[in-house]
Design a protein around this ligand. Sequence first.
Ligand code: SAH
Length: 219
Amino acid sequence: MIPDWVAERSAMVETQLRRRGVRDERVLRAMLEIPREEFLPGAEGDPSRVMAYQDEPVSIGCGQTMSQPYITALMAESLELAGTETVLEVGAGCGYHAAVLGALAARVVTIEIIPTLAKLARENLHRTRRDGNIQVVLGDGSLGHAELAPYDAISVAAGAPEIPATLLEQLNDPGLLVIPVGERWDQELRVVSKRHGRIDYRVATLCRFVPLRGGEGWG
Ligand code: SAH
């Protein structure tokens, strides 16, 4: 039997997000509306896609995962988006997080280093009609994307050994950057702000993301 996706989504928003303290109504609305199950690889209407609503990361192939819903919400909320911003995402994966950011900002560029996943993200965003203000780029996002810099907000979906200097350079002033920083499989989620040339950060939570590859990642 095919699950009731709308019911799955509203249960996720209530129990995993709102009850845990996610307050930004725009983030909650976006995650209530975006069909998360459509971003998993596999056949449309496949009941096993109900995995998309579990309270944990889900495999999307190529050894990568789609983040736990709560982490996606926390990251999106931390960027304080009002709707006018240009946002860079590093690590498109299946494109779900980009879809959430696309609902919150004016424009999103998301970079993915694995060609199969860049294609998956593009297809998913197109099929769900979320691609109007989202561009998927194949490349090494640890070096950002100079063409459209500076970005009002940057969201990094893979764990880095340090905050990549290039990303800080490509961040607008004022601007916010959210990124997991730490060991290869254990990080803290940092919310970094740039204001009047000053860089500060706070730690939002401890977390476990896949490693950031590339020039300013783990290689
Ligand atoms: N944003 C996704 C999560 C993807 S997981 C979501 O919707 O939940 C992290 C992704 O980062 C993986 O797809 C991985 O291939 C990608 N990645 C890792 N290093 C990268 C790099 N240097 N540039 C771009 N993408 C990278």
